[in-house]
Design a protein around this ligand. Structure first.
Ligand code: ADP
Length: 500
């Protein structure tokens, strides 16, 4: 009998549902958009009830498209936007405030207070993260501090809190399962990376009661079943945060295997094996716990990847659509010494400078818009080398190749440049949806559709391999120029006395 997997992909801009068979053929795919709420500058929120409605609609639509009913499914898999967090009433299921989205800055003062209390070292040591409002802990604390009566109600046990995976599971299982997986837990700034459990000392220091939080379980657990919401007892058999799901979907099961996702932002993740590892400038995290084995990762986030193409398109009107960048950039052999460093909102990993602002350096009379567009495409490749070099400096593992995914990797010029600048092959997989496929493949492993990780690794296929075509001297000289340009961006708002 055919086996079918339903994959839930709950993202920041929208919700999608995929249905695949055991040969990874896509039989159903539905997508819906989410409303972004911006109550104040720098704040981003979602309506948690809308997340459920939109997700459920896409689940029904994907089933209809595949001509299947829930009873035909073998497994449900979840991947989700990480860090986004909410608090809700245990009895009614009603959120007491919107979900605060990962990118939202409203809880910055909460984190500053924690840092003033001297918690920074403890946080980094236990969770692998550098204290920031990006992670879930301060968002939950902010809700408890700012919604009237919330702290009291939390103490009395009337409330629950969690990340988006937990919210989906609790609702899909008819409020029976209150759990999260280790990859999501790792992004809350509350989980000990060694123990894969909440860090009691941190919870105490944050003022977040343990009974507010879900149990943390392995990524290949049976998280409950969807009978209450979809009428059939289909197990939720995999949960992975989006970036870890991407790493899993790229079949990066061995240390040194890595992926780079070129979306609006850019995210590099590398498998570092069964022990926690730390690398200067990058964050340490948990990749997954699967078949009883813990796997750790190192991650680097770049704030502007495809974002730079959107800027060229929407604000400078230099291109009509992001894919046009490939044609324009290909009209010139090089940038003529121009570098574009897209530090629009500061620099993320590995330089971490909130005061940095973007520059276009090296403009001469001969510079045309073609050079600027090419410099923008090249900036994606140089930023990736920043991360790869930061990792290689640790001496932990060699990086034999880079597996790539995300919207911008359709750009062949970008992939070739990336191989040239890194001096390693860049491999684009046949299945471009690494994230949702990652969690769906894992649920297939949990439920016995696929026999082993080795089997999954053997199924992974390259669509195209980009071999370096330039010399190492060429790569180093061009990268040197980038580093000089990057230097120019640093500390900018401080230098000109502008508030950030
Ligand atoms: P996300 O999931 O982060 O929204 P996607 O993975 O869908 O992003 O990728 C979309 C991003 O990729 C956009 O920022 C877009 O500008 C960029 N992009 C899409 N196609 C290309 C292309 N051919 N060349 C360069 N950038 C592209």
């Amino acid at each position: 009998m055919a086996k079918y997997i339903l994959g839930i992909d709950e993202g920041t801009t929208g919700a999608r549902t995929f249905i695949i068979d055991e040969n990874s053929n896509v039989l159903g795919l539905a997508a819906g958009e989410l409303t972004q709420h911006y109550p104040r500058p720098g704040w981003i929120e979602h309506d948690p009830m809308e997340i459920l409605t939109v997700q459920y609609e896409t689940m029904r639509a994907a089933l209809r498209q595949a001509k299947l009913t829930p009873a035909d499914l073998t497994a449900v898999a979840i991947t989700n936007q990480r860090e986004t967090a909410l608090v809700w009433e245990k009895d009614t299921g009603r959120p007491i405030y919107n979900a605060i989205v990962w990118a939202s800055r409203q809880s910055t003062p909460v984190v500053e207070k924690w840092v003033e209390k001297g918690l920074a070292d403890k946080i980094e040591e236990s969770t692998g993260l550098i204290p920031d409002a990006y992670y879930s802990a301060s968002k939950i604390a902010w809700i408890l501090d700012n919604v009237e009566g919330a702290r009291e109600r939390a103490e009395k046990g009337e409330l629950l809190a969690g990340t988006i995976d937990t919210w989906l599971i609790w609702n899909l299982t008819g409020r029976k399962s209150f759990v999260t997986d280790v990859s999501n837990g790792a992004r809350t700034m509350m989980m000990s990376m060694e123990d894969l459990d909440w860090d009691a000392e941190l919870l105490e220091a944050y003022g977040i009661p343990r009974h507010l939080l879900a149990d943390i379980v392995p990524s290949d657990s049976i998280f409950g079943d969807i009978e209450a919401s979809f009428g059939s007892p289909v197990p939720i058999a995999s949960v992975l945060g989006d970036q870890q799901a991407g790493l899993f979907g790229q079949a990066a099961y061995s240390p040194g295997q890595c992926k780079m996702t070129y979306g609006t932002a850019g995210v590099f993740d590398i498998n570092v094996g069964a022990e926690v590892a730390r690398v200067d400038g990058l964050t340490a995290s948990v990749a997954w716990k699967v078949q009883g084995q813990k796997t750790y990762e190192i991650e680097g986030v770049l704030f502007a990847m495809g974002k730079t193409m959107q800027w060229l398109r929407d604000d400078l009107n230099l291109i009509h659509a992001a894919p046009d960048s490939e044609w324009y950039a290909g009209q010139v052999p090089d940038t003529g010494g121009v570098y574009l460093v897209p530090a629009f909102t500061g620099l993320g990993a590995p330089a971490w400078d909130p005061y940095a602002r973007a520059v276009i350096a090296g403009i001469s009379n001969a510079t045309t818009r073609l050079h600027i567009i090419r410099a923008a495409v090249e900036s994606m490749a140089y930023q990736t080398r920043d991360l790869v070099d930061a990792f290689l400096a640790s001496g932990l593992h060699a990086i034999p190749e880079l597996r790539v995914d995300g919207g911008a990797v359709k750009n062949n010029l970008l992939c070739q440049l990336q191989a040239d600048i890194l001096q390693i092959p860049v491999v684009r997989p046949r299945i471009s949806e690494a994230t949702v496929f990652g969690t769906m493949l894992l649920s297939g492993l949990t439920t016995g559709i696929f026999e082993s990780l080795d089997h999954l690794a053997s199924q992974w296929q390259a669509e195209r391999v980009f071999e370096p075509q330039q010399s190492k001297d060429w790569a180093d000289a061009h990268y040197h120029g980038w580093r000089e340009a990057r230097e120019l961006t640093m500390g900018w708002t401080k230098k000109i006395g502008q508030e950030i």
